[in-house]
Design a protein around this ligand. Structure first.
Ligand code: SAM
Length: 358
C-alpha cells in the first residue's frame, strides 16, 4: 500500500479494516494489549449508543487468512485477555477514506535536538543542523510519535553528537525509524532486524526513501548474530528480560558501547534494569514519557564483557547492503498514539490511531 501526496490517489490494493465492538470501559486496555502490538489501530466511539469500535487497518484486501485473518485473530485474542468475546468483522475501505483519515494524525514533528520527522506528503524546510526523516504514514510506529520511539531517538541523537563514529544495531526495527535515524545521524555501519517480515519490508522502503544505507534482516532476537557499538531495542519488557543475555551480548565491548532499552512500562522498568545489571550493564540515564520509561545503559566497568553472540557477527564484517529493494507493506502501531489519537477522536465523535505501540 502506498499513500501519496495531497490530491493523489492510493494506487495499490484497497485497504481493509477489521473491527469489533468493544465496551467503552475496555477500549484503553484493549488498545494496550500485546496481541495488538504492531498493528495500526483506531477506536471509534458512538456516544449515543455508548459503544466503541476498535479497528485494525490493513494494507490488503480482506480474507480469512493472511493479514485480515491474523488481525481478526489478534482482536479476538486481545479480547479474551480482558474476558471479552469479540466478533471481528472485515470490510474494504475506499482508499481515499484511509488517506484522508490517517493524514490528520501525522504532522511534521520535532523529536529531538536534531531529528525532525516529516510525513511523506508534507513539505518542510529544514533548519541548519536538522536531520529530517521522511516516513510512510502507514505505520504509526514509523512516525516516531510513540513515547518509546521518541525516547530512543533522543538517546540516539545524543550518542551521535558525542561520537558518531560507531556502528549501530536496531533490534525489532518495525518501520526502521531508529536504524534510519542512526544512519542519518552519522552512525555506520547500521543494521536492523525484526522477526516480522512485513516490518522489514517496510523498513527497507523507508530506508530507501531516506537514502539510508542499512543492512536489514528478518530475524528474531534469539537468532541474532550481529553486534554493534550502539544497540537499540524498543521491544516489550518481557521480551527484553527473556532475551537479556542476547541483547546485552550484541553490544560490542569497549568504551563506545551503549545500549538503549525501550518499550518498557514504568512499572516494569526496575525488573528490566535488574536483568541487564545481571548482564553487566549499568543505567546511565532513564527517560520517563507518560507511562513508558526508556533507559540508556553501558557496560559496567567492574564487569567482564559478555561473550559474543557468535563469531563473525559484527556489523562491519557482515557488510551493509544498500538501502532499497522495497517490497510489501504493513503497519505498526503504538498504544500511546492510539490513545492520543482516540482522545482527538472523541472530541469529534470517534477515535484514532496507532500499535505496539504504533
Ligand atoms: C515497539 S516496535 C518498535 C519499532 C521501532 N523500532 C520503533 O522504535 O518505533 C517492536 C518491534 O519489535 C519486533 N519484535 C518483537 N519481538 C521480537 C523478537 N523476539 N525478535 C525480533 N523482533 C521482535 C516487533 O515485530 C516490532 O516490529
Amino acid at each position: 500500500m502506498r499513500v501519496q501526496g495531497p490530491g493523489s490517489r492510493v494506487q495499490a490494493n484497497p485497504l481493509a479494516v477489521v473491527s469489533a465492538e468493544v465496551p467503552p470501559a475496555s477500549v484503553d486496555a484493549l488498545l494496550e494489549a500485546p496481541a495488538l502490538c504492531g498493528l495500526a489501530c483506531a477506536a471509534w466511539e458512538d456516544r449515543e449508543r455508548h459503544t466503541c469500535r476498535v479497528q485494525v487497518f490493513l494494507a490488503r484486501g480482506p480474507g480469512t487468512s493472511g493479514p485480515s485473518g491474523a488481525a481478526a485473530a489478534a482482536l479476538r485474542a486481545a479480547g479474551r485477555q480482558l474476558g471479552l468475546r469479540l466478533r471481528p468483522e472485515t470490510r474494504v475501505l475506499p482508499a481515499q477514506d484511509w488517506s484522508e483519515s490517517w493524514k490528520r494524525f501525522f504532522r511534521v514533528e520535532r523529536i529531538s535536538a536534531r531529528l525532525v520527522v516529516r510525513p511523506s506528503w508534507e513539505k518542510y524546510a529544514p533548519r541548519r543542523g536538522e536531520v529530517v526523516l521522511v516516513l510512510d504514514p502507514g505505520m504509526s510506529f514509523g512516525t516516531g510519535r510513540h513515547a518509546t520511539t521518541r525516547a530512543c531517538l533522543v538517546f540516539l541523537d545524543r550518542l551521535a553528537r558525542e561520537n558518531p563514529r560507531r556502528s549501530a544495531l536496531d533490534m525489532g526495527c518495525g518501520s526502521g525509524i531508529l536504524a534510519i535515524a542512526a544512519a542519518r545521524l552519522g552512525f555506520a555501519p547500521v543494521a536492523g532486524f525484526d522477526n516480522d517480515p512485513e516490518a522489514v519490508a517496510i523498513a527497507r522502503r523507508n530506508a530507501r526513501r531516506n537514502r539510508a544505507a542499512i543492512a536489514w534482516q528478518v530475524c528474531g532476537l534469539e537468532r541474532n548474530r550481529r553486534r554493534a557499538d550502539v544497540v537499540v531495542a524498543n521491544i516489550l519488557a518481557p521480551v527484553l528480560i527473556e532475551h537479556a543475555a542476547r541483547v546485552a551480548a550484541a553490544v560490542q565491548p569497549g568504551p563506545a558501547g551503549a545500549l538503549i532499552l525501550s518499550g518498557i512500562l514504568d512499572t516494569q522498568y526496575a525488573a528490566v534494569r535488574r536483568a541487564y545489571e545481571t548482564q553487566g550493564y549499568e543505567e546511565v540515564e532513564s527517560l520517563l514519557r507518560g507511562e513508558w520509561r526508556s533507559g540508556l545503559f553501558q557496560a559496567s566497568p567492574r564487569t567482564p564483557a559478555p561473550a559474543p553472540p557468535a563469531p563473525g557477527g559484527e556489523i562491519g564484517r557482515v557488510g551493509v547492503a544498500a538501502a532499497g529493494k522495497a517490497h510489501g507493506a504493513g503497519a505498526a502501531g503504538d498504544a500511546r498514539e492510539r490513545r492520543g489519537a482516540r482522545r482527538r477522536w472523541r472530541r469529534r465523535h470517534n477515535k484514532g490511531a496507532a500499535g505496539a505501540f504504533l
